[in-house]
Design a protein around this ligand. Structure first.
Ligand SMILES: [Zn+2]
Length: 411
């Protein structure tokens, strides 16, 4: 048995202060249990590092370790407490696990790698033979480790956006680092307070180095930017702007459709999506459907033409030319007598200076839009989600580009 226990001691990377006692193999339970014993003598105080005597031993506890072949492997042992003159009685650190963890470091590293590879928490839990709460706790610890060591230098461009959370009217706010395509923070709600909450992720010194922030025009987010990064330029996100334009076109269509229907004219039935697509993305069949509609003398086709004309705004190289284009476009749009279009045009005009900043900082929230599908899958896999906190953990785990194994690697 001596050879075997020594073999385990080496495998576990234990120093002389620990020895392997019995190794119990349960064929029925498909389990290996390894009993570890502290050899006594002096121990190191976990707080001040002084060498001290042993006060006592805690009751036996266990840690899940990497499987041995297909056998679940458990370490068991009683951890001594140091009797420190300075600090009092303190539980010593064990070399194989972090404080309060029920797993060995190697197991946690493995679990994090499985979670990353599966990108599906349910499947990872099944592979690891762990329950939901345990997997969640492992993710939480990985996120904590990553956040502790995260570098926030060179966060030059930031995006703020909202996402729906759960069904109905719940929202979350997401702060992203646009240059490095990573989520910096997630907060609950989408009001000013939520925005402030999210900005706390960036310490003042870093926030003051942000050059520009991409946000929607309406949002409460603007004032949070002005508070936390007053030097940063605000760039109103072009995707939100096209959403506002699309929404206006749709309002015109709904109203016109209603009026036409009363006269028995069903030309606009089932055409909602056609007016919202970027024509460049229409396939041939759709275009064949759309082309004759667009050419008709409809209010909706007029609204659509105004929306499409605005698209050119973004193609300019210089703000001066873009401004000229805007003025021409605006003159047309405000005279079109289509209320929703007029009000979007006026809104864009009010915010024009912060549209033109785009030509200095070509940023959009497209990256955080890219996180959408990711976040959507996290959400759909998360039936029975109990709290916003769990959602935040998963978003940061999968979209935060954190070093989830940091600290382990420093040991
Ligand atoms: Zn001490």
């Amino acid at each position: 048995m001596d050879r075997l226990t020594e073999h385990y001691r080496l495998l576990l990377g234990l120093d002389d202060s620990w020895e392997v006692g019995e190794v119990e193999l349960s064929l029925e339970g498909q389990r290996v249990e390894i009993c570890l014993r502290h050899r006594g003598g002096s121990v190191v105080c976990p707080e001040c590092g002084a060498s001290c005597g042993i006060a006592d031993h805690l009751p036996e506890r266990s840690w899940r370790h990497l499987d041995t072949m297909q056998f679940e492997t458990i370490l068991r042992g009683r951890v001594p407490r140091a009797n420190c003159r300075e600090c009092g009685v303190k539980t010593i650190a064990v070399p194989w696990a972090e404080k309060h963890s029920r797993f060995t470091v190697l197991f946690e590293v493995f679990a994090v790698q499985v979670l990353q590879a599966c990108s599906n928490v349910q499947r990872a839990a099944a592979l690891l033979r762990l329950d939901w709460d345990t997997v969640h706790r492992i993710m939480e610890r990985a996120v904590e480790r990553g956040l502790e060591r995260r570098s926030l230098e060179e966060v030059k461009y930031v995006g703020m956006d909202e996402k729906s959370f759960r069904r109905g009217q719940s929202y979350i706010s997401i702060l992203t680092d646009l240059s490095q395509s990573r989520v910096l923070e997630v907060s609950e709600g989408r009001d000013e307070q939520a925005a402030h909450e999210a900005w706390k992720a960036l310490p003042q010194q870093q926030a003051q180095q942000v050059e520009a922030v991409s946000v929607d025009m309406w949002s409460a987010y603007v004032s949070a930017v002005e508070t936390h990064a007053p030097q940063a330029e605000i760039v109103h996100d072009r995707f939100h702007i096209s959403q506002h334009l699309n929404e206006a076109v749709d309002q015109v269509r709904r109203k016109e459709h209603k009026a036409l229907k009363q006269r028995g004219d069903r030309r606009l039935t089932g055409t909602k999506q056609l007016w919202l697509f970027n024509p460049a993305n229409l396939d041939e069949q759709r275009w064949m459907e759309f082309e004759p509609l667009r050419a008709m003398a409809l209010k909706t086709s007029r609204a659509w033409a105004i929306k499409e004309e605005f698209r050119w705004f973004w193609e300019y190289r210089y703000a001066g030319n873009a401004r000229k284009h805007f003025e021409r476009w605006y003159g047309w749009a405000v005279r079109c007598r289509l209320k929703p279009m007029v009000s979007v045009a006026k809104m864009l005009k009010r915010h024009l200076d912060r549209l033109l900043t785009y030509f200095r900082h070509r940023i959009t929230n497209a990256i955080s839009e890219g996180f959408n599908s990711r976040i959507q899958s996290i959400k759909s896999a998360a039936r029975g989600f109990r709290a916003f906190e769990n959602f935040r953990t998963r978003i940061l785990f999968y979209c935060g580009k954190l070093n989830r194994l940091a600290r382990f690697q420093e040991v």
